[in-house]
Design a protein around this ligand. Structure first.
Ligand SMILES: [Zn+2]
Length: 128
């Protein structure tokens, strides 16, 4: 029997891998490419999803600032589509955590999003 004793199977198509090195994972190059493409596509889609969430968050914060608002009920911003799980950076100041969505800084309490502030270098920076 020429086949690998472990009954090695291709990760892509499930075909038995008859010969070759025992660490081979695919029956052919095209199976290998297909498998890797799909894997990369998955992480691309995951990144895209997060980018979209950040983009929407930024749009919401930006529109609040343009309306002259620096805080809002958390339930209301969530209703607008704001996703508190995603931010571009965060840091602790005096016992509480501030978050950034690109150039906009904000603070989240259990019920409100507050202290929305656009950092300098942007047009609406000095909104007060
Ligand atoms: Zn295969």
């Amino acid at each position: 029997m020429l086949y690998d004793e472990k009954g090695h199977k291709c990760l892509e198509c499930g075909d038995e891998i008859g010969y070759g090195r025992p660490d081979r994972k695919f029956c052919s190059l095209s199976c290998k490419n297909r498998y890797n493409n799909r894997k990369n596509q998955g992480s691309r889609q995951a990144k895209l999803k997060i980018m979209n969430a950040l983009d929407r968050n930024h749009e919401i914060l930006d529109s609040l600032l343009r309306m002259g608002l620096t805080e809002m009920n958390l339930a209301d911003v969530k209703h607008l589509g704001f996703n508190v799980d995603y931010m571009t950076s965060c840091y602790r100041t005096r016992g509480h955590t501030e978050y950034c969505c690109f150039d906009i800084r904000y603070h989240v309490t259990p019920t409100r999003i507050t202290s929305i502030f656009k950092m300098k270098g942007s047009i609406n920076a000095e909104t007060k």
